[in-house]
Structure formats: structure tokens, C-alpha cells
Write a protein that binds this ligand. Structure first.
Ligand code: FAD
Length: 511
């Protein structure tokens, strides 16, 4: 973490609006324009930004603060999000028990549609090359017959965002401004503002523009923030304004996501309510494949692989795509590499056997362990998509009157399903920091106030992001060799040492 400097704020100008506001920027700093003043302005209405707003509104100490949130997407659409009970969004996250308890604490969990949420109690993780395996079975922690403990809770991001918006709406309109369909056109510090009123010389001044201007909303608004929070994702404008650099790299991998229907397991797991998440590392293919449970025998797929494999998999017709997913949990690396070279079966001139035939034939000659997911039988239309995977870590989370949370501060490999959990842990910490400041008469934007948040979150985020990065690198070494040996030893040893495993289980729970 680099030392925190006090004079780092630089004007931010949105690259896409540059032409529209160039000259106007000076005008925004003129003495005659009205300027709305807020205690906290949050840029970004994803899970982190909405989580912060819901947390501030739910605490009696901070509920009267004047707060604003700026989001370029349509928040009304997000609030009205609705899908058939048999359909699931492809953007799904696993929430750790500590995230769930934070959501309960701020009153947001009650607004989740829990019929669309799935707990799981067992996690099977294994190395597709060496076969070494680790089993995290929380159901044995208490009794195998009742109240199995939850490893994590799967929820669609859209369900979570809608719940947070409903929680915020419940808190009333007083002192709250939601700038939906609006973007931050520029951020400047208030150095050349009029001297009357409070001294805003060191406050960030934002110019907010509607993304689709209408006659009534076309005029940009200027707002001043005692504390400006960047919850604005990987390309954070707030981070640019604060001139906070990030370290990191692109993994050269894509995460393929899809919503799948699974066959009923031949014999239901015991106890019948127990659900399992599966992850198999595929060193020869560029990353792990994971299948995480959703209600009604559905599952969400996250398959990290090379961009070439991702493009190939996305180009396959549904039966071939399903065969590849099922093969990835069953066949060995050589068979999988071969199947990834088969022509797409949409090619009518091809005489090669289909992916389904190859899987059926090769599975007969493979020793398949029993702890694998039931076969995927269908893909929900329109849910196969992919995202580039990246690692980023901001050099610092705070500077005078600025705090970064969520993906604006850190982006990590999704193999442990921790990104959103870390973001909500940031939010829990920052909201407590703000509460502390308010109850002790401190300035919420002062660096001394904000350092409490930074100290609490920087190292835990670095630790988890670094561990995911290390796992990604270790499991990308195919073939025989010391790393492969260490890998198999690693999982094998961890699995046989209850105390070490217990420690890992606690970390996965987010405690
Ligand atoms: C394949 C994949 C699987 C994942 N699975 C998991 C998982 O299982 N568990 C987990 O914990 N995490 C998971 N993650 C990570 C998780 O999705 C992210 O960490 C999380 O969504 C980040 O939330 P956020 O609110 O910080 O940022 P975002 O969701 O990126 O939100 C940022 C918001 O800011 C807005 N914005 C940006 N710029 C501006 C601007 N100039 N003006 C106004 N608004 C702006 C954007 O519109 C957006 O709504 C996964 C990620 C991937 C890629």
C-alpha cells in the first residue's frame, strides 16, 4: 500500500462525454450555478454501492445523512426485475454466511426472493489431472440428519440488487437522491468556487448528466460531496479523479457462464436437503470448471478457460455444449483436449463423431469418481456468455474525501467466488466507519476518519485476492513435475488434516 498523499485529486473528465462538456467544465465551477451539497455521494449502483446506501439508511446514526447515488443504468428497471420461477439469470454469486448476516443486519435479506436462492452444505473440489480431492462437508459439522450448516448461499445478482433497492425505498425519500440513468461527466475539486457558504475548496464537485436526456432532465447537475465513494467498478472514474493507481494484470482467461438444468440424481443425497457445489481444476484447459446449485435442480456454470476455448465452446450447438460440460467433470485431460478440437457439429459437411458420441464412448473407458455432479441436460436459452478475467488492486482505498469499495478497489479471479463478498465486507466496514465518525462528531470525509476503513480492509482483500491468484497459477501448470506433485500433495494433505481444513472452511464462510 503506497503512503497516502494529501494532494492527489485530479480533474476527471468522462472519456465518452468529453466533447459535450469540455468548455462547460469551467462553467460548472462558476459562482452563479446552484450546487447541491451532500454528506455522502456514491458513484455506482451495483451491489457494493447499493449495499452502502442501504447500510447507511438502516442505521439510526447515519439515516439522516444527506446521501446521493449516481448510476448509469436504469435503477427502476433493476427494481422491477422479474423472471419466471423456472428461469435464472446467468450472473449469480455465492454469498458467504458473513455476507448473509450483514444483509440481514441492514434489513436487505428480507427483500430477497428466497424461492430463487439456494444454500449449499457440501463442496467437492478436485484436480482433474492428479485426481486429488478435498471435500468440505458442513453437514457433518452438526448432525447429518438436521440443520446442516451452510457453506454459501447462491443468489442471482439481479435478485440481490432488487432487494437492496427495495430496502433503500423502504427507508423513505428524505435526504436521499437517486440519479438513475445518469453518469458522472466530470469530477473536480472545488478550489475556484464562491467563498460564501461552507468552505468547499477541498470537496469533490461532480457534474452529473442523464445518459438519455429528455427535455426535463437534460441539464447537468452539480453536486458537492463531503465524502465521495467510488463503487463504480473496475474502470472507476472516482479512482481516476483521486489519481489512485492500480496494480494488476489480465489473466488471459474468460469465465463462461450459463444456467443449466441437471438430471435428478439417481439416489438423492442424504439428507435429502443437502446440496453440493462442484469445482474441478482443469490444468490443460486454462482453469477450473464449477457448477453451483440453484433451486429446482438448476445450476449455474462458471468455466474459466482460454479465450480460444471460450469462443469455441460458445459457438457449439446446445447438445455439443452440454456434452463438453459433462465431459469436463468426467473425462481426463487428453480426452478433453481432443474433444475441444472436434469440428462444431453445426458443420454439416463434417464426418467426425459428435461430441455426445465421443463423451459416451470415452466415459466407458474412464474411471469416473462417484462425487461428480448429475449430468447437465439443458441450457437455458440466451444464458451462455463470457467475461474476461482480471486481477486489479488499488494502491490505496482512501484519499482526502474519497473512499473506494468493491470492484473499484479490487478485482479478483472468480475461482473462489469471493469478489462480491469482499465488496460487501468493504461496505460493512465503511458504513461502520461513517457511523463512528458521525457519533463522535468527526468529519466523514476526513482522511483520519477514512483510515480506519482502509486499515480494516486492505490486508484481508490482498490476502484473498493473492490466494486466488496463486491457486490460478498453480492450477495452470499441466503435465508432470514438482508443481503438479505439490498440488496433489497439497489437496491430499489438507483433506486429511481436520484442523487445516477447518481453518479453510472458516475462511470460505467469510469469518
Ligand atoms: C464470471 C464471474 C463470476 C463471479 N462469481 C462470483 C461469486 O460467486 N461470488 C462473488 O462474491 N463474486 C463473484 N464475482 C465477482 C462479482 O460479480 C463482482 O465482484 C461484483 O459484481 C462487483 O460489484 P460492484 O458493485 O463492486 O461493481 P459493479 O457490479 O461493476 O458495479 C459498478 C456500477 O457502477 C456503475 N458505473 C460505472 N461507471 C459509472 C459512471 N461514470 N457513472 C455512473 N455509474 C457508473 C456501473 O453501471 C455499475 O452498475 C464473479 C465475477 C465474474 C466475472
Amino acid at each position: 500500500m503506497r503512503p497516502i498523499s494529501r494532494a492527489v485529486l485530479r480533474p476527471y473528465v468522462c472519456p465518452t462525454c468529453r466533447h459535450g462538456i469540455g468548455a462547460g467544465q469551467r462553467r460548472f465551477a462558476s459562482k452563479s450555478d446552484p450546487l447541491d451539497i451532500y454528506d455522502v455521494v456514491c458513484v455506482g449502483g451495483g451491489p457494493a454501492g447499493l449495499g452502502l446506501l442501504a447500510a447507511l439508511r438502516s442505521s439510526p446514526i447515519t439515516s439522516k445523512l444527506k446521501v446521493a447515488l449516481i448510476e448509469s443504468q436504469d435503477l427502476n428497471k433493476a427494481k422491477a426485475w422479474n423472471l419466471e420461477p423456472t428461469q435464472f439469470s446467468n450472473r449469480v454469486s455465492s454469498l458467504t454466511p458473513s455476507t448473509v448476516s450483514f444483509l440481514r443486519e441492514i434489513g436487505a435479506y428480507d427483500h430477497l426472493d428466497t424461492s430463487r436462492v439456494q444454500d449449499y452444505q457440501d463442496m467437492q473440489v478436485w484436480d482433474g489431472q492428479t485426481g486429488s480431492r478435498i471435500t468440505f462437508d458442513w453437514s457433518m459439522e452438526t448432525s447429518p440428519f438436521e440443520n446442516p450448516r451452510t457453506v454459501a448461499t447462491m443468489t442471482e445478482n439481479a435478485n440481490l440488487v432488487r432487494a437492496l433497492l427495495r430496502r433503500i425505498a423502504d427507508s423513505g425519500d428524505e435526504n436521499l437522491s437517486l440519479f438513475s440513468n445518469s453518469t458522472v461527466a466530470s469530477i473536480e475539486n472545488g478550489s475556484d468556487l464562491a467563498p460564501q457558504g461552507p468552505n468547499l475548496s477541498a470537496w469533490p464537485i461532480l457534474t452529473v448528466k442523464p445518459t438519455t436526456p429528455t427535455e426535463t432532465t437534460a441539464a447537468p447537475k452539480r453536486i458537492a460531496a463531503r465524502l465521495l465513494v467510488g463503487a463504480d467498478g473496475i474502470n472507476s472514474p472516482v479512482r481516476s479523479f483521486a489519481d489512485i493507481p492500480t496494480q494488476g494484470w489480465d489473466y488471459g482467461r474468460h469465465g463462461i457462464v450459463a444456467t443449466l438444468a441437471l438430471a435428478e440424481p439417481a439416489s438423492p443425497p442424504f439428507p435429502a436437503t443437502k446440496r453440493t457445489a462442484y469445482q474441478r481444476f482443469l490444468p490443460a484447459l486454462g482453469g477450473p470448471i464449477a457448477l453451483l446449485p440453484l433451486p429446482n435442480n438448476h445450476a449455474t456454470l462458471v468455466w474459466s478457460t482460454t479465450p480460444e476455448n471460450a469462443a469455441y465452446l460458445k459457438s457449439l450447438p446446445t447438445p455439443a455444449f452440454l456434452a463438453m460440460v459433462n465431459a469436463a467433470f468426467r473425462l481426463d485431460m487428453t480426452d478433453l483436449s481432443y474433444m475441444l478440437g472436434l469440428p462444431s457439429s453445426s458443420d454439416s459437411t463434417s464426418t467426425s463423431p459428435s461430441h455426445q458420441d465421443e463423451l459416451a464412448w470415452r466415459a466407458q473407458h474412464t474411471s469416473i469418481p462417484p462425487q461428480i455432479p448429475p449430468p447437465a441436460t439443458a441450457v437455458q436459452t440466451g444464458t451462455v456468455a463470457s467475461f474476461p478475467l482480471r486481477f486489479r488492486h488499488a494502491a490505496q482505498y482512501v484519499s482526502p474525501r474519497i473512499a473506494l469499495v468493491g470492484d473499484a478497489a479490487h478485482v479478483i479471479h472468480p475461482l473462489a467466488g469471493q469478489g462480491l463478498n469482499l465488496g460487501l465486507a468493504d461496505v460493512a466496514s465503511l458504513s461502520k466507519t461513517i457511523q463512528y465518525a458521525v457519533s463522535h462528531g468527526m468529519d466523514v470525509g476526513d482522511l483520519l476518519t477514512l483510515e480506519r476503513y482502509s486499515c480494516e480492509r486492505y490486508l484481508p482483500n490482498a490476502k484473498i485476492g493473492g490466494a486466488c491468484d496463486l491457486l490460478h497459477k498453480m492450477y495452470n501448470v499441466p503435465g508432470e513435475g514438482p508443481i503438479t506433485w505439490a498440488r496433489s500433495l497439497g489437496l491430499g494433505v489438507v483433506d486429511s488434516l481436520p484442523f487445516v481444513k477447518g481453518f479453510l472452511m472458516k475462511n470460505a464462510e467469510g469469518y
